[in-house]
Ligand binder design. Structure first.
Ligand code: NG6
Ligand code: CA
Length: 515
């Protein structure tokens, strides 16, 4: 008896020691999120018409997930969910953010960044934000831009404030527009400021990239955008230079912060529209601008990995590569994405893409890499960007209050490829905002629920446009990844269970059980 007590004490002390050692390790965390990058857009996920050597190398040395997801099939809700660990459909105002959108995540909300910062991490977001800035009246472009990332856990930010097809084309560094000349104030709005203000409609023949739908307001760098702006000329950037800027800023920030553990959210704009990669990438793929932007993203991944290597940080850094939603061809500009698609299948074996709750909308490239720690391989476990908050907190031994990150699951053993580790048992997929379209993935099953009548009739994807989609559909993804054979009638029991489960997960306002 005494002996077994001793063994328990001994075992417990070893556990504490191991935990302390693991926690003491405190790896850096770098999340590299692409924009609109589909499952089939990179060669390690099966693309044959484009090669992505840097992403492939990362996957070869790390873990490539075949069931890695983002939460939503548009940007803002995925980013919201990634940072807060909460499903975006639970909160109003989490759909695609407008140019003058106020900050969507309120100060005081726990985020992956605040959890890490409060435990001593240096934290930064560099790249696309698209989660709003400023108080209820929206951003004060000429003053202090707060609240923003710095009020929800980041101690540094260097941002493209919305998406680059929305105005304005300026960088935000911490609380201010960078290089803004007070004598030339920046004005941003949704109404044409005066009848002479050139737009994509009045000056269409001058554009270097024509629009196809929307995107016909203020012109900057030969490209017309969503929304209008005037002033701030000294602060404006060239689309072609965005990726270089993100890399320059990231390299400098990593070098300056390497003495303490850090968390970097590297939010690329590739391959969102307008797809204007740097001149050195233009024409380098046969897929046109969309492919060239993917090549630029691949280069960025290589630069980040090389920087970690040069700084001697590779063995102490967890790198995650993911996307914010599935792919889209024509998203508002005539950039020949569709014309040059050829045999390329941007969503891989899946149907749907951006804006859709079919697998193509949210099942996206998802790779974890940690030199010397993650055994290279392929994992079929279900993981999602929304899980990074709980998973990384758990990995670092940071306690997660019940009220924080209520839809984020600790799947860190699966993310690290621990033998027999399992991913999520269930995952809700959504489209934009609160439109009421969901996917529920449970094991091999996928339930689609389309509440929004308008969404039922529109671009689930090109081939389904203008067809009537039934409200519920059920698919067995293990044999039908493309969701073509609806089993709702054949499998009434499974369908009923999944319908109930989805409703319960929605109604209980959280999906991670209370401890
Ligand atoms: C849509 C835009 C699209 C893209 C999307 C947001 C039009 C016609 N379409 O409203 O181009 O900007 O919003 O994309 O304006 S996301 O990846 O940031 O969610
Ligand atoms: Ca996106």
């Amino acid at each position: 008896m005494k002996q077994s007590c001793k063994s328990i004490v001994w075992f417990a002390s070893i556990c504490v020691l191991v935990q302390a050692t693991l926690a003491a390790e405190r790896p850096n965390v770098v999340v590299i999120m692409a924009d609109d990058l589909g499952y089939g857009d990179v060669s390690c996920y099966g693309a044959t018409e484009i090669t992505t050597p840097h992403i492939d190398a990362l996957a070869a040395g790390g873990l490539r997930f075949t069931s890695g997801y983002c939460s939503a099939s548009t940007c803002t809700p995925t980013r919201y969910s990634f940072l807060t660990g909460n499903y975006a459909f639970r909160t109003k105002g989490t759909g695609i953010a407008a140019p003058n959108n106020p900050a969507i995540i309120q100060p005081g909300t726990a985020t992956i960044a605040s959890l890490l910062r409060d435990s001593g991490y240096a934290t930064a977001v560099i790249g696309k934000w698209h989660l709003g800035l400023g108080g209820p009246d929206g951003p004060d472009w000429n003053g202090e831009l707060k609240p923003g990332p710095l009020e929800i856990g980041f101690d540094h930010c260097f941002l493209l404030p919305t998406t680059n097809d929305r105005v304005p084309q300026v960088y935000v560094q911490d609380h201010r527009v960078l290089n803004l000349d007070p004598a030339d104030p920046l004005w941003v709005g949704m109404k044409q400021p005066n009848p002479d203000h050139p737009t994509g409609i009045s000056h269409r023949d001058t554009l270097k990239m024509n629009w196809s739908h929307g995107h016909n307001n203020t012109i900057h760098n030969g490209i017309s955008r969503i929304g209008f702006y005037t002033g701030g000329h000294a602060a404006r950037f060239r689309d072609e230079d965005l990726a270089d800027k993100w890399i320059e800023q990231s390299k400098a920030w990593i070098a300056a912060n390497k003495s303490k553990p850090f968390f970097l959210f590297f939010a690329s704009h590739d391959c969102h529209v307008p797809r204007i990669p740097h001149e050195r990438f233009q024409g380098t793929t046969k897929l046109g601008y969309r492919g060239d932007a993917i090549a630029e993203f691949d280069w960025c991944v290589g630069e980040i990995v090389a920087t970690l290597e040069e700084q001697g940080l590779s063995e102490n850094t967890l790198v995650v590569v993911c996307s914010d939603n599935g792919p889209v061809g024509d998203d508002g500009y005539q950039d020949e994405a569709l014309e040059k698609m050829g045999k390329h299948r941007p969503a891989g074996p899946f149907r749907g893409g951006k804006y859709s709750v079919l697998e193509g909308g949210t099942r996206t490239p998802f790779i974890t890499y940690w030199k010397g720690r993650i055994q290279p391989g392929v994992s079929d476990e279900v993981v999602c960007t929304i899980d990074l908050a709980a998973s990384i907190s758990s990995l670092l031994d940071i306690p997660l209050p019940d009220a924080a990150c209520v839809d984020s699951f600790d799947v860190h053993p699966a993310l690290l490829g621990t033998p027999n580790a399992t991913g999520r048992e269930h995952l809700i997929q959504q489209d934009n905002g609160m439109a009421g379209n969901y996917g529920l993935r449970v094991g091999k099953w996928k339930l689609q629920r389309h509440d929004s009548k308008s969404a039922r009739n529109v671009q689930v994807n090109v081939e389904l446009a203008n067809t009537n989609v039934p409200q519920f559909q059920l698919y067995d993804l293990s044999v039908d990844p493309a969701e073509t054979n609806d089993l709702l009638a054949q499998e009434p029991k499974v369908a009923a269970e999944l319908k109930d489960q989805l409703q319960v997960l929605i109604d209980q306002h959280r999906s991670r059980p209370v401890k």
